[in-house]
Design a protein around this ligand. Sequence first.
Ligand code: KIV
Length: 271
Amino acid sequence: MSIEKEIKRVTTKALYKLKQKGVKITALTAYDFITAKLLDAAGIDLLLVGDSLSNVFQGNETTLPVTMDEMIYHTKAVAKGVRRAMIVVDMPFMSYQLNVDEAFRNAGRIMKETPAGAVKLEGGKRVAETIRKITEYGIPVMGHIGLMPQSIHQYGGYRERGRTDEEAEEILNDAKVVEEAGAFALVLEKIPAELAKKVTESVKIPTIGIGAGVHCDGQILVTPDMLGLNTDFHPRFVRYYATLAEEISKAVKSYIDDVRKSEFPSEKESY
Ligand code: KIV
């Protein structure tokens, strides 16, 4: 049996094993019960309740507005659909930046109030102390470096990070610091493929890329993006695996048509 089939429940140890065996880790975002159930049944390894729910679920321009309560609410719904995948929850903006104790309290809330297996937070050196404290008390932390959407107003746009030698050096160093602080895995967002390769070879923990090339230990995409639901947003790192926006539009138009013509419901569909 292949190693990914042998894993009945994905844990931090299982992800580490996949990296060691050279088996790519598969990850997607989830925000609701039905989608989580489908993704889990299809065999995805990791489901991230991402703060991208602020964009793709709540319709905000950035990830900044989503709250702790909302992240917890969505994680509870996701968890009800999941049997095998590891659930990781994004710590929303301002839930971990204020100080280490506040970060620890909020990470603890996520673990206490939901069945999640880990939390994720953005940053390198600047969050090392926070990662150390949270992991010391038994809460697994996933790091996130490269493009960090919670810092969007500082960047002034979503351009890729790590193009200059200085930025690349900082990202490489941040990866090592995050690993040393105790993170079990690391998201690399929108950085050059060669830099992601270097980072992946420099750390023992698995790297999960989004717009970071093929050399990462795994890949993650925002589910409504890769299903072709969110067609307003199509950066080149998003591959459409379906065109659900078109499918939904077609289905709804047919329904409207049928209702207007009294062709729905039929006799068979009535009592
Ligand atoms: O919130 C999110 O969806 C993420 C992914 C882009 C990794 O952090």
